[in-house]
Design a protein around this ligand. Structure first.
Ligand code: SAJ
Length: 397
């Protein structure tokens, strides 16, 4: 099968790579020339375990190729970003991708949208395509197949989850759902569940909003516990002994490009009904400011503060929407750059006053753990003030 994947980012490139290992001849398309050149040279522009090896081998055996230009294919998969602009979803990259592929689209082709989308986006594509290609419609019915299928992979575990997670497939009609089901069957080992496109779009938004809400509960608890002088971690551990309670871990806020963003897609469309979803966003953002203030209140004039971890979550190098990075930057602004250093073993040493663990612990007087990187675990620190905001020092072995 010839498959064209449009958008070679954190999800598109692994998808293209996994497809190329599952019997597809894949063309990956991206608007960035450096990304295309790098992939064609057999390397990758993002860090994701195992991805570099799969891409190198698929480029070498000719099952994967990258280009800035779309070509004719049987299947098209759109995996482009849909960022927020003033708290409103911006779907212009989807529109751009669809307009670019319209000239190549043929009867019986399958078009899949994977980008996180406001509900109704997939159905609305029918009218957009019709305005360019009325020949692909008969009595308003498309002669091609169109479905929405959200990606649900966890950064850091993408190559595994792409194959093993369950998938939701929502076609604009029954035949489209069936066609998309058959497409995912070629590489997915998890179950594939069929629904309509609107429900599939909402599923994605709800999954991430659900997680945001649950993290907000843990973060709110942590701030209440601080006031009540109760150890949050012990409290959560004890509450979780109840068979129907499963509280998540408090941290320094919620980062990444999904959980901090997707709830707004629902709030934007249903502002009067999204009270809990909106409050969760506020609590998780407030938690970051609370951490900043806590460190500032604690620090004395001569203190040097070590921000331990800068990425948006543990064991990755991804800085997108990272609350830890925001904390580092704001502390540097407010206390002075010479007062704030950082240690993130996953990042380049040349930025963010970043240095290796031993050096940072030696130089700092306050050690503030922001991200629970595995490399920070089980390390005893003596004669320093330690502020553990992410529970990395719990359960020392
Ligand atoms: N976090 C906490 N406490 C926790 C769990 C997470 O503070 O107990 C924080 C993390 O530190 C991080 C943020 O939440 O800052 C998000 O991290 P995450 O690991 O929960 O999720 P992401 O953003 O890396 O990936 C999510 C996943 N969605 C869900 O688990 C519902 C993933 O499956 C999605 O595919 C991805 O968003 C996406 O692309 O939408």
């Amino acid at each position: 099968m010839n498959t064209c994947v449009i958008g070679l980012g954190y999800v598109g490139l692994p998808t293209a790579a996994v497809l190329s290992k599952s019997g597809h001849k894949v063309l990956g398309v991206d608007i960035k020339k450096n990304v295309v050149d790098q992939i064609n040279a057999g390397s990758v522009h993002i860090f994701e375990p195992d991805l570099d090896e799969i891409v190198a081998s698929s480029i070498a055996d000719g099952t994967l190729r990258a280009s800035m230009k779309i070509e004719e294919a049987e299947n098209y998969v759109i995996v482009v970003p849909t960022p927020l602009k003033n708290y409103k979803p911006d779907v212009s990259s989807i529109d751009q991708a669809v307009y670019s592929l319209c000239p190549y689209l043929k009867k019986e082709n399958l078009l899949i949208l994977e980008s996180t989308s406001p509900i109704g986006t997939t159905n609305a594509l029918l009218d957009k395509i019709k305005s360019f290609r009325p020949d692909l419609f008969e009595n308003d019915n498309p002669l091609f197949y169109l479905a929405y299928c959200p990606e649900r992979v966890l950064p850091g575990n993408v190559c595994y989850e792409l194959v093993n997670n369950d998938r939701i497939v929502g076609g604009v009609n029954k035949d489209s759902s069936e066609k998309a089901y058959q497409f995912y069957k070629t590489f997915v080992k998890g179950k594939i569940h069929i629904t309509d496109s609107k429900t599939a779009e909402m599923t994605k938004l709800v999954e991430n909003s659900f997680r945001d809400l649950n993290i907000a509960f843990a973060n709110e608890l942590s701030m209440i516990c601080d006031q009540a002088n109760i150890d949050t971690w012990e409290l959560i551990q004890l509450a979780n002994k109840h068979p129907r309670v499963q509280i998540l871990n408090p941290g320094v806020g919620v980062g990444g490009h999904c959980i901090a963003v997707d709830p707004w897609f629902i709030i934007d469309k249903y502002p009067d009904r999204s009270n809990m979803i909106r409050s969760s966003r506020k609590v998780n953002c407030d938690k970051t400011d609370w951490v900043i203030n806590k460190i500032i209140e604690t620090a004395k004039e001569d203190d040097v503060i070590a921000c331990m971890g800068l990425s948006y979550k543990q064991d990755i190098d991804d800085l997108r929407e990272s609350p830890a990075l925001k904390i580092f930057e704001e502390l540097s602004d407010r206390l002075g750059e010479n007062k704030v250093i950082s240690c993130d073993p996953h990042l380049d040493m040349s930025n963010f006053n970043n240095s290796d663990y031993e050096n940072v612990i030696k130089r700092a007087s306050i050690i503030a753990y922001l991200v629970p990187h595995t490399k920070f675990k089980n390390r005893v620190i003596k004669d320093k003030l330690v502020l553990d905001f992410c529970g990395v020092l719990n359960d020392m072995e």
